[in-house]
Design a protein around this ligand. Structure first.
Ligand code: CA
Length: 714
């Protein structure tokens, strides 16, 4: 904890005084983080705050503030910005309570920030174990904190759930949600309600059986745990899920039991529904990806790729709806779930809306789990022939079952999905659901002939990131194939069709009572832009460049009658592997706040990165080819496909270490930088492997240098 400021200390003293003396209750200053169930249930009545991850408990990401509107938005200018102390990926949605923002950064650090000025009130660093960073796909991101009963809750990348005093940032309790030696990680935000803190985990690409836990907010004691997929047949966990696993899930899994098999990780969306006293979890893909290796090539494999409803207080199973039975395409169902009461067929229905990666927009009855409707929100879906309205299940497309056919298959959507985890919004005013979506995206799936689990690697049963099978000629692109197209979509959930579509690649959205939809964007992967659109037509009415790309959440709050639009900025997550011809110097993530008539100047765009390092040594073609294969399977998921990195995690072509055999080996093989997550890879590499990887990267550095030289030559 740093920067403990004196004003806050005075406030704390006042608060403490309030405990012993009734006179002090006349003070206008509220104690920090006093959010309870009553307040959360009526969050919409205090639009100046953003009390929960999704704004309110319906998770609608809708702000009732309207000072920034169609008439005034042209005057929306930067109010302040705050540099974080890390340049890794940022995905958080901030919480705003009574003038204070609580936000998390990469490495699961927490900031409490004055919403009016951007001044840091306190910081908390859980000192995440560096090497744990290698246990997830997409950088050490964190999607946010929860604020409840005077505490701030954060879940750390290495698996701890920590409660902090909201006034001081001092740790109140900490509990391990999993054994740190296992292949789990946490990037998701905890959610709160009914006196409990709910938290899941990632691990669906590494061999980790998904589960969600509920801890008592006041003590950190485990209240219940629910596993989303079965463990060893006939062996109970002594968990809230035992009955549902035995009754529903276990009969849908086949083949030999393997201790690593699983998935179904609850890595993003969890919603507590106070009205029905239920908690909903959205689950990820199965592990390994291929059902032939996971479940003897058959079965729905419950509860992967599903929405599951539990009794919030006991974790007892209420209902489930599986969106992608027997998934093999990485169609995580972890997208934000949004609750609303909708008039459908002349009836008011309690609906859970969901837009998972598989490309369908689902309306589920949240009392029963009944499928009300499902229609594709994107074009080009080919994994299913459609949803059978009678059974509520998708109709299998045999051609898409590439693992059984042992043939490559180009699936649409691709593994990025029609839409992934990026926050979505629903406006009760326009009755439209806003999301980023990708038409005609595709992903090439190449089934491996056999599967071997190696702890520590993201081995999923396919040749990941490759375009063709080993020994096969690269596929010839079909010029008539529809082009992939990214859009911001306003979806009418009742009519199940788009009200409008605006082309463009973007991330999180926020809907406001000012008739606007805000969306964060990236420019050349690492720089960004915040834009506003008319909520009724999709016309862009405002935008402002930001030094960092905006992947994280956008929220709104108000202080002293002024409305703020706040974005957590900083590329990362999936974009760490996105190549760009315009590589920039690494820069810190930032909070960026806008208000009407703001006068702040944002930091400039980061300068161009240092040029590639030219190495004079030479390697044989065979060594380089082997180095390329090792790079793709070991290094590519963090340092960029084909060595083309946007330099969020270091671009190795530009690393001074590239020129030194010894330094390179000490980092790659011996873990000299393991504190940053660069573990010792020796046990995962053949003898001489790191040197062959260096040969491959050195070649790519020359290619990059030539491309840069050609670009500046007229
Ligand atoms: Ca996945």
């Amino acid at each position: 904890m740093k920067h403990f400021n004196t004003a806050l200390a005075a406030l704390l003293l006042l608060t403490l005084a309030g405990c012993s003396s009734k006179q002090a209750t006349t003070t206008a200053v509220a104690p920090a983080g006093q959010v309870d169930d009553a307040r959360l249930a009526k969050a919409d009545s205090e639009p100046q705050n953003w009390l929960a991850h999704g704004g309110n408990q319906l998770a609608q990401r809708y702000s009732g503030l309207d000072a920034v509107n169609l008439q005034t938005v042209a005057n929306l200018k930067p109010a302040w910005s705050l540099d974080f102390d890390t340049n890794r990926g940022q995905e958080a949605t901030a919480i705003a309570v009574d003038g204070v923002l609580y936000v998390t950064t990469a490495w699961s650090k927490v900031y409490a920030v004055e919403g009016k000025t951007g001044k840091t009130l306190w910081q908390f660093d859980p000192k995440v174990n560096g090497p744990h960073a290698a246990r997830n796909c997409c950088d050490v991101v964190n999607r946010g904190a929860a604020v409840y009963q005077g505490k701030v809750f954060v879940a750390t990348f290495d698996g701890r759930l920590i409660a902090l005093d909201a006034a001081t940032g001092k740790q109140a309790w900490s509990t391990a949600t999993f054994d740190p030696e296992t292949m789990y990680a946490i990037s998701g935000a905890p959610r709160v309600g009914a006196g409990l803190v709910f938290i899941g985990n990632s691990g669906g690409e590494f061999g980790g059986r998904g589960f969600i836990s509920a801890y008592k907010a006041d003590t950190g004691e485990l209240a219940w745990r629910f596993y989303t997929v079965p463990g060893e047949p006939g062996k109970a966990d002594g968990a809230a899920s035992d009955e549902a696993i035995a009754k529903f899930a276990q009969p849908t899994w086949f083949g030999k039991y393997e201790s690593y098999r699983g998935g179904g990780n609850v890595w993003n969306s969890i919603v507590f529904d106070p009205e029905l006293d239920q908690v909903y979890l959205a689950t990820g893909n199965g592990y390994p990806w291929l059902r032939t290796f996971r479940s003897g090539g058959k079965g729905d494999n419950l509860f992967i790729c599903s929405v599951v409803a539990l009794d919030a207080r006991t974790g007892a199973y209420k209902w489930h709806y599986q969106e992608t039975p027997g998934d093999i395409w990485d169609y995580d169902s972890v997208a934000d779930m949004i609750l609303a009461d909708l008039d459908i067929g002349g009836q008011s229905r309690k609906v859970l809306m969901h837009t998972p990666k598989n490309g369908f927009f689902y309306n589920l009855d949240r009392r029963t789990g009944e499928l009300i409707s499902a229609e594709p929100y994107i074009q080009g879906i080919n994994w299913t022939l459609g949803i059978d309205k009678k059974t509520g299940k998708p109709i299998d497309n045999p051609a898409a079952r590439f693992d059984e056919r042992k043939q490559p298959f180009t699936a649409s959507p691709g593994e990025g999905g029609g839409h992934s985890w990026n926050p979505t919004a629903f406006s009760p005013k326009t009755k439209l659901f806003y999301l980023q979506a990708f038409d005609y995206s595709s992903g090439r799936h190449l089934p491996r002939p056999s599967f071997e689990y190696v702890k520590g690697l993201d081995n999923i049963g396919t040749y990941h990131f490759a375009s063709h099978m080993p020994g096969e000629a690269p596929p010839v692109p079909d010029p008539k194939a529809p082009k992939p197209q990214a859009n911001l979509i306003a979806w009418d959930p009742v009519a199940q069709k788009a009200a409008w579509k605006t082309p463009g690649v973007g991330g999180a959205v926020l809907a406001t009572a000012g008739g606007l939809v805000f969306q964060g964007h990236s420019r050349n992967v690492v720089m960004g832009e915040l834009s506003a659109y008319r909520a009724d037509t999709g016309e862009q009415v405002w935008s402002h460049k930001t030094p960092n790309a905006i992947v994280g959440g956008v929220i709104s709050y108000a202080i002293d009658g002024e409305q703020y639009i706040l974005a957590t900025t900083g590329a990362g997550g999936g974009s760490i592997i996105a190549g760009t011809p315009d590589v920039r110097a690494r820069q810190p993530g930032r909070l960026v706040a806008f208000k009407l008539g703001g006068t702040a100047v944002l930091p400039p765009d980061p300068p161009r990165a240092e040029p590639p390092v030219i190495v004079t040594e030479t390697w044989s073609a065979t060594d380089i080819e082997q180095g390329k294969d090792l790079y793709l399977n070991r290094c590519g998921r963090c340092h960029g496909l084909n060595a083309r990195s946007p330099n969020i995690l270091p671009d190795l072509r530009r690393s001074p270490t590239l020129a030194s055999k010894d330094s390179w080996r000490s980092i790659v093989e011996d873990g000299a930088l393991q504190g940053n997550g660069m573990i010792a890879w020796k046990s995962f590499l053949p003898e001489g492997g790191s040197e062959r990887i260096r040969g491959y990267v050195a070649g790519e550095a020359k290619v990059e240098a030539a491309a840069l030289a050609a670009a500046v030559t007229p």
